[in-house]
Design a protein around this ligand. Structure first.
Ligand code: FAD
Length: 397
């Protein structure tokens, strides 16, 4: 009998953890395994606010895929253009089509614009390693340009969205800008930082006491919040708010949430904002041999009847179940159901500051920062063991 071919798309949290786990559960006699991803490295998406602001070198957040995956897993560095689920094939940008027996799609997400004009043209919206490099370079360039042209808008930074990503990013930026002021001989009072949020509160869904702690801390670093204020347009010069106010800014950063990778929509899967509402065992409703996990998938929280927000925590837990279910399918065993186990959420605020909830306990400041660094180290440990933690890990103190 021919060995089944298992293909995994995307080498983020979902993809890498699936590959590591499946390679342990199935031997080379059981299946051929192929991983396909855009670059020859994995990056820690949850760390990207740091290299984007310039507080951590981008190499600390990435690792060679060849160093992470077992040698019997084939790796193809290429961009997935489309999945043809009826034909069990995947089209790639530079290589020939790949045929699969079982597929795991873990291609992550892109920015959600909510129909606001100008986001893709004028705002930094790519939460990828290359997106982070571009934003860091641009930030420094704005200081250099200001010194020559003296236009104050070059030193104005607008973050759209006070959710998790927007708050973590402004936390880093508010730590980094005083350093850049020194480097470029610019007084700090020339710099303006805005966080603009359409919802009636920053960090929607977070405990109000934690939200207040975060906002006070960031305001003390010079951040101005505009809450309950949708952005109606992003332009070459900055943003226009719903009340008609224009904020001129040399840098607009988009962080209002995500939609699933456009490959999902292009491939004809039934979806909501690029995310597929998967079955309990994590498969696409119409295709028994296609698993969809991470930011491309949608799982309903039965207690609230709303989708779980897409997180690395869920992507990783789904990867464990998808790997076991792949082995179950190959070996003809019944599949198991995915049940998220939310351990908590911690948001960094830059420097040694953070806020979060662990179990049902609120954490602030030092203890939250300690937890955040431990979570970051644990995610390294999951994909590369103690060696990777020693090489790239974070000091929790
Ligand atoms: P990803 O980890 O994003 O991986 C997608 C992979 O697919 C990448 O390797 C990419 O290169 C590859 N890829 C994309 N398109 C293609 C293509 N066409 N062809 C081939 N390869 C492709 N979550 C938490 O749980 N906790 C946090 O503290 C947290 N903080 C965050 C902070 C920031 C700044 C951001 C941006 C996100 C944060 N998140 C956090 C969310 C978390 O990062 C995502 O939910 C998680 O990365 C989703 O995992 P994934 O495997 O679906 O996608």
């Amino acid at each position: 009998v021919a060995k089944p071919h298992i293909v995994i798309l995307g080498a983020g949290y979902g993809g890498i953890v699936t590959v590591k786990r499946i390679a342990k559960q199935l031997s080379t006699n059981d299946a051929n395994i192929t991983l396909i991803s855009k670059h020859d490295y994995h990056y820690q998406t949850t760390w990207l606010h740091e290299p984007a602001a310039g507080t951590l070198h981008h190499d600390r957040t990435r690792m060679k895929i060849a160093d992470l995956i077992p040698s019997h897993v084939q790796f193809i560095e290429d961009e997935v253009v489309e999945i043809h689920p009826k034909e069990n094939k995947v089209s790639l940008k530079n290589n020939e089509q790949v045929t699969y027996d079982y597929l795991v799609t873990a291609l992550g997400s892109v920015a959600e614009t909510f129909g606001v004009e100008g986001v893709y043209e004028y705002a930094f919206n790519k939460w990828t390693l290359n997106g982070a490099r571009e934003l860091r370079e641009h930030t420094e360039y704005m200081f250099a340009k200001y010194n020559n042209e003296q236009k104050e808008e070059y030193l104005t930074f607008v973050v759209a969205g006070a959710g998790f990503t927007g708050i973590e990013y402004i936390g880093e930026l508010s730590e980094r800008l005083p350093e850049l002021c020194k480097e470029f001989d610019v007084p700090m009072n020339k710099v303006k930082m805005y966080v603009i949020e359409a919802a009636p509160t920053a960090l929607p869904g977070f405990d109000p006491e934690l939200v207040e702690y975060a906002m006070n801390l960031l305001e003390n670093r010079g951040v101005e919040f505009k809450i309950n204020m949708p952005i109606s347009k992003v332009t070459e010069d900055g943003v226009i708010l719903k009340d008609g106010t224009e904020i001129k800014a040399g840098t607009v950063i988009w962080a209002t949430g995500v939609r699933g990778n456009p490959v999902i929509e292009k491939s004809g899967f039934e979806n909501m904002r690029g995310r597929v509402k998967v079955t309990k065992d994590l498969r696409a409703p119409d295709y028994d041999n296609v698993f969809i996990i991470g930011d491309c998938s949608l799982v309903i929280n039965e207690q609230t009847d709303r989708p779980y927000p897409p997180t690395a925590q869920i992507a990783t837990q789904q990867a464990e179940v998808a790997a076991r279910n792949l082995a179950n399918l190959v070996k003809g065993r019944p599949l198991e159901e995915f049940q998220p186990d939310i351990k908590g959420t911690v948001a960094s605020l830059g420097g040694k500051e953070a806020i979060g909830v662990i179990g049902d306990k609120k954490v602030f400041g030092f203890s939250a920062n300690f937890m955040k660094k431990m979570i970051d180290n644990r995610s390294l440990w999951m994909i590369g063991g103690t060696g990777l933690v020693i090489k790239k890990g974070k000091n929790p103190f």
